[in-house]
Design a protein around this ligand. Sequence first.
Ligand SMILES: C[S@@+](CC[C@H](N)C(=O)[O-])C[C@H]1O[C@@H](n2cnc3c(N)ncnc32)[C@H](O)[C@@H]1O
Length: 197
Amino acid sequence: MVPKLPDIDFTNAAFRHRLTQGGGRGQALAKAVGLTKGRTPDIIDATAGLGRDGFVLAHLGAKVTLIERSAAIARALELALKQAKAAEPLFAEPASRITLLFGDARQVLAGLAPSTVYIDPMHPARLKSALVKQQMRQLREVVGSDDDSALLIQAALLHARKRVVVKWPMLSALPDTIPNPSSTLSGKTTKYLIFAR
Ligand SMILES: C[S@@+](CC[C@H](N)C(=O)[O-])C[C@H]1O[C@@H](n2cnc3c(N)ncnc32)[C@H](O)[C@@H]1O
């Protein structure tokens, strides 16, 4: 059976809530990538997926480059960004700061001289899969799990000039080919591993 594509919509009520009530630059994602009151780094989101983390960072003022290697998901993102650009400024302004690239970030990063790279790989399904939100479940049906994420993290560590941030499940260990992070920001179920360069 052909998996159903996740419906990506940055302009719905749930995402409006995330943008407006998500905690601004005080939220863990923003702090992890180094967005502060006076500093707004450009971000390469090397695992675009549903584009939500990247869109949140663009809403907070960052110029964001999304990289996605699934052609179907990249196309869905392209359409969702177009829709957001035609919507009210809350959605149109962040969308105008986003560039979408289709390809494998392991190769694409080499040509970008990135400052800060953010990586949120698809982890294998958790046993309590009923808890996984429907859209993320649909995304996983399309892209599978990113078993090569250690190679992407290594490529980012090679190319990023300032910082690499990896979102990782709270209770999973990092592959042993990855060095220890410089620091960690913990949420409830995930943590942000920060590698200063
Ligand atoms: C868990 S999702 C990311 C979710 C995203 N952070 C969000 O907020 O919606 C991971 C995505 O990264 C993509 N991906 C994984 N490895 C990649 C690579 N090396 N290059 C480009 N895209 C990659 C997968 O196809 C998948 O769509």
